[in-house]
Ligand binder design. Sequence first.
Ligand code: PLP
Length: 395
Amino acid sequence: MLELLLPPPVDPLWDLTEAYGADARPERLNLVLGVYRDDTGTTPVMAAVREAELRLAERSASKEYRGLSGNTAFNRAMLAMVLGEGGGAADRAVAVQTVAGSGALRLLADLVCRTRPGATVWISDPAYVNHRPILEAAGLAVRTYRWVDAEGRSDTAGLLQDLAQAQRDDVVLLQGCCHNPTGVDPSARAWEELAGLAARNGWVPFVDLAYHGLGDGLETDLAATRLLADRVPEMLVAVSCSKNFGLYSDRTGCAIVLGASRASLRHVETALQNAARTLYSMPPEHGAAVVAAVLEDDGLRALWRAELDGMRARIEANRTGLAEQLAGLGRPAEAAVLARQKGMFSMLPLTAPQMLRLRSRYAVYGTTAGRINIAGLPADRIACVARGVAGVLGE
Ligand code: PLP
């Protein structure tokens, strides 16, 4: 049997991570994966998470199977966090715990396929590396819309023009904030126009939230999602707790579905549970229990918010620092491109060969498309990354 297996495509990001592992240069710097690292290169367990884990360890009596929708306190807390406290859109939504954001994307893609087999889902160009594979694996067709222009600015005109072609039966996957890989988001006005387009033309927004809290602050980062939720009857949201709770390996997230009314949701939860049953049965409890414990306790919640704000401020300081250094090295135009971006990633204005040279000459690893994890850049290495970028630009 196994001799029939053709060589499968290798995940480009993990492939680069392996190449980094084999690099013997002591100064090598891994900015490939989207993982927050402090100045010592560690991805810390957040203090609020650690405290919640201690409390849970003291009171947990059993690891018996949980319900098919996962941790219900977590699901409630996610609905309130994403859609806002006190009614509104959350009253016509259901949430099911998933295996992180990726699990939510896949479960919701399955839901789309159950209702509209072979439907078209629009994704940004460029997109998060796993969007197309997940959607295609679920049996959906993929089309793309423009996201940034040649100067690396949000291409509102191109975006609206492309999505004007989206049909009633289509679904449009939008990253709610801190776009991966570009670090470029539409303006508040462009989101308004997008929401109007969705409402007029009837396509279903499918929002991917993986970086809320790491761009302009939690509420601001969720504003576009809430705006869409208020304007359209139906919407899907994939939520990841990997980055903003630092729960990467605990695989914590949830799938949210909004319907025109509560009655319209009657089969949704069971459909999502059935989809999960055939994929992984049930999601892991630990991360969801931790998030619920943090969000349900005023003290832990405040501590988490402060830590999240601290991470966001550090990411911003890294970005500003890199832009300033680059400007100081005679590259003001490239510095301005970087300064406009937000979130965990920066898209360096470098070509693929320049990114390869950045790797071979300066030991700085980003993706070939130019993306670097600005949240993983130690403060004392900012100058050397700027020198590398200016160096390859000058060659
Ligand atoms: N969506 C986007 C845009 C991402 O960048 C990521 C991870 O990098 C995910 C979803 C999935 O995150 P996870 O499955 O680790 O929660």
